[in-house]
Design a protein around this ligand. Structure first.
Ligand code: F6R
Length: 253
């Protein structure tokens, strides 16, 4: 596990976008694994800037990590809508090659279909991840099996709380989601996880320096041969082995 620490969130997002862009420049037909959430917004904004300066996504394929169950694809909080608004609508990627788990069909069928698409078009070359405050990756909440595959999961109380702010007052936020499993995620050839802000510091410490355990699903990345963790100073604040980690900067890992 390689840990890179940037001075602030903007620099961490920029370092993350630079790595994705370098991968696409080297291999334009890459299969990218994509995430949603607040952390990814500046990463996608930086990729859109690079696209305007000539970076092409035309040959790429993408697989998103997860989707809420029960939201139509045009619901403002659906991850389909998020991806359209924050990335796909602004770049030249072929929409037919952008895969997101279906939240609007039987979740078991959605999960099965997603694993089938991943086996057909994968493995993922570069998987981008965010980190939940409770150590989740995708929607693999604490106690998720480290051998889990794409499936329907119940969201934890802490994730429901963190997400509540995005839903209108009168609306009940979804309590289940379809997510790629921990084992599905770590099949990617390379992993790039970005975590910023003090509220992620405890999960970062558990992921990087704690034991590998289903209580912190992100700790499974310790077993991955090519996992890079990009942090800002606030998210890195609780790490103990500081001399082992590097400043973020440069491009390809
Ligand atoms: C979303 C996802 C989640 C988020 C995580 C962090 O596709 O997979 O694991 O990456 O919940 O969310 P933010 O960035 O909003 O703190």
């Amino acid at each position: 596990m390689r840990v890179l620490i940037a001075p602030d969130g903007a620099a961490a997002a920029e370092a993350t976008a630079a790595r994705i862009a370098a991968r696409l420049e080297a291999a334009p037909a890459s299969v990218l694994g994509l995430a949603t959430g607040g952390t990814m917004e500046p990463v996608y904004a930086a990729l859109i800037d690079r696209h305007r300066q000539g970076l092409s996504f035309a040959q790429a394929t993408s697989f998103n990590l997860d989707e809420y169950v029960g939201l139509a694809g045009d619901h403002p909080q659906s991850y389909r809508r998020y991806m359209r608004e924050h990335l796909f609508g602004e770049i030249d990627i072929d929409p037919a090659r952008c895969f997101i788990p279906r939240g609007d069909i039987d979740p078991e069928k959605a999960a099965e279909g997603y694993e089938a698409e991943l086996s057909r078009l994968g493995p993922i070359d570069l998987q981008l991840l965010g980190l939940g405050r409770n150590g989740h990756i995708g929607f693999n909440e604490p106690t998720s099996s480290l051998a889990s595959r794409t499936r329907c999961v119940r969201l934890s109380a802490s994730t429901l709380e963190a997400n509540r702010r995005f839903f209108d007052g009168g609306e009940t936020p979804p309590t289940t989601a379809v997510t790629m499993g921990v084992a599905t995620i770590i099949e990617a050839r390379e992993i790039l996880l970005l975590a910023v802000g003090a509220e992620k510091a405890q999960a970062v410490q558990a992921m990087v320096e704690g034991p590998v355990t289903a209580i912190c699903p992100a700790s499974a990345l310790q077993f991955h041969e090519r996992a890079t963790i990009v942090l800002d100073a606030a998210a890195a604040a609780r790490l103990e082995y500081r001399e082992r980690y590097e400043p973020a900067g440069g491009t390809a890992p």
